[in-house]
Design a protein around this ligand. Structure first.
Ligand code: SF4
Length: 530
């Protein structure tokens, strides 16, 4: 398999090359000419330097970004094996074994979810803030979890910080309350994620004591990068405030030369970076105990796609500390602002990562140790990928992977709902869309009638982005999963297992341990015919 690699042009950085048949290793045009007006990676870097490391800054706040590298192994390397015989989890009766009767509910950290998908931490990055109502209400309507990501209090200009600890945050309060407006109190919940800066500010204690948040998540990283969270800051005043609050802000917003350059329009945004943690086994166990003493009902951990020994360390720490859930985020995914080369070229892609996580889970289980619930993240957008990730994790005693966390996909659904409302109001919906689905939200949102039935007049309080997310999760992913499970004659999500999968490539087989199709059922094949 030839992996795609475009080191000198990327749509994420807005670069291209003069000719398409580039030199494969460097990615440069085979003839690079002096009078070339095209901005390739090298030439954009020659003008804009570090900006070229990032997804085009002009889209920040209104976009998400991820890697576009083919890792040579993804969920399409596994095939779902359907069957014609029997039914599990329901009576084997054709009148009962119907796909709408498949139960795709699950639970994470002891919290029931109506759909096996939830939102990974969406925090201070502008795109999460701008779309918060859609994300939070959409998750609540779907009976799922949303995780408020890192740095929300530290970035909140209206936060009150007394003696270095947050005592009020308008933004965090708003985020929690927005989710709870449509939360049924049973399915899903809102988690608050905390990184190094949040812990210093006491965000955990504030969330538990003042906002009655039940679940605190510790953050060790994300799949898109192995450095702390980053966002762009577009005003000098905010950059200076964040520097005063202890954040790393680049360039220095208090340097007179930088101030002058910013005012002259030489650059349009500052970078705000977060620190990385230095986790130790003992420190983590004590920290989780301390969080429980502070009143956290559940404690979860979110980590990135670090090397295999770190997967082992994370699972060991999570087991010793008896955390309720660990979310592993594979390489390739992303959200707001991660360096593109880091998204492309570092960390472990999701399928490889899950194989390592499962290896660790099996070792712990065999030794009689606590195995926390596990969620996978990293580029999941549809039910087939979700099915495969969960089925692969079931060695016979139920799946280790209880649910899938997403960040970009729910944002895309939210974007669409919101943007198409705007287009509808301006009479600018794409003609083909209008012809097929109607010219206003009451016509084109297929789930609106059921939401009206359920919420009556309150449906007016549901933003279009939330309806879009609900429709995507509840009407597409849930139903899509029901169909796939029914095809395997499994009528409960916890029943799908590794036998429902086959590898299509030898690499997939080697990494996942799932045999290729030619090796499936060989032991009984002849016997059946005898
Ligand atoms: S500067 Fe050279 S390598 Fe870059 S696009 Fe132009 S010709 Fe190609």
């Amino acid at each position: 398999m030839t992996l795609q690699s475009y080191p000198n042009k990327r749509s994420t950085t807005g670069t291209s090359t003069r000719v398409p048949d580039v030199q494969p290793t460097s990615g440069m045009c085979p003839i690079c000419i002096e009078e070339c007006p095209v901005l390739c990676e090298i030439s954009k870097s020659a003008f804009r330097g570090r900006e070229t490391l990032y997804p085009s800054p002009e889209y920040f706040g209104r976009s998400t970004a991820a890697a576009n590298k083919d890792y040579g192994l993804d969920w399409s390397d596994l095939q779902i094996m359907v069957t014609v015989q029997g039914a599990y989890g329901i009576e084997p009766d054709p009148d009962k074994a119907l796909f709408p009767n498949v139960d795709v509910s699950t639970s994470i950290a002891g919290i029931p979810l109506k759909v096996p998908v939830f939102q990974a931490g969406l925090g201070s990055t502008a795109v999460a803030k701008r779309n918060w109502d859609s994300l939070a209400i959409g998750a609540a309507l779907s009976g799922s979890v949303t995780v408020v990501g890192e740095n929300v209090c530290g970035m909140d200009e209206k936060a009150i910080i007394t003696n270095g600890k947050v005592t009020h945050s308008e933004d965090l309060k708003y985020r929690v309350e927005t989710y709870r407006k449509f939360w049924d109190g049973k399915h899903g919940d809102i988690f608050v994620q905390t990184n190094v800066e949040d812990q210093r500010l006491g965000v955990d204690v504030y969330a538990i004591s003042k906002l009655e948040v039940n679940v605190i998540e510790r953050k060790w990283g994300q799949g898109a990068k192995a450095i702390g969270g980053e966002v762009r800051i577009r005003t000098l005043e905010k950059a200076q405030l964040l520097k005063k609050r202890g954040y790393v802000v680049i360039p220095d917003p208090e340097d007179p030369v930088v101030i002058e350059a910013f005012k002259d329009g030489v650059f349009e945004s500052f970078e705000r970076h977060s620190r990385v943690g230095m986790p130790t086994l003992r420190g983590f166990v004590e920290d989780v105990e301390w969080l429980r003493e502070q009143g956290a009902k559940k404690v979860t951990l979110k980590t990135g796609a670090y090397r295999p020994i770190d997967v082992a360390f994370t699972m060991k720490a999570a087991s010793e500390a008896k955390v309720d859930l660990v979310t592993f985020d594979g390489a390739g995914g992303g959200t707001g602002m991660s360096p593109v080369p880091m998204m492309q070229e570092t960390a472990i892609p999701t399928v490889y990562l899950e194989a390592l996580v499962l290896k660790a889970a099996m070792i712990l289980k065999k030794r009689g140790k606590h195995v926390p619930d596990i969620a996978m993240a990293g580029g999941f957008i549809n039910e087939t990928q979700i099915f495969k990730a969960i089925a692969m994790s079931n060695f016979g005693d139920g799946p280790f992977i209880k649910a899938i966390a997403q960040a970009r996909a729910p944002l895309t659904a939210a974007f669409k709902g919101k943007y198409f409302r705007k287009l509808a109001e301006e009479g600018k919906l794409p003609p083909s869309f209008k012809k097929l689905y109607g010219d206003e939200p009451s016509k084109y949102f297929v789930t609106l009638p059921e939401l009206k039935r359920k919420y009556g007049d309150r449906v007016k309080e549901i933003p279009d982005g939330a309806i879009a997310l609900y429709t995507y999760w509840h009407d597409r992913i849930r139903v899509g999963l029901q169909q796939l499970l029914a095809g395997c004659r499994k009528f409960k999500l916890s029943l799908i297992d590794r036998k429902d999968l086959a590898s299509l490539t030898e690499r997939a087989e080697r990494v996942t341990g799932i045999p290729t199709i030619d090796k499936l059922d060989v032991d009984v094949f002849e016997y059946i015919l005898s």
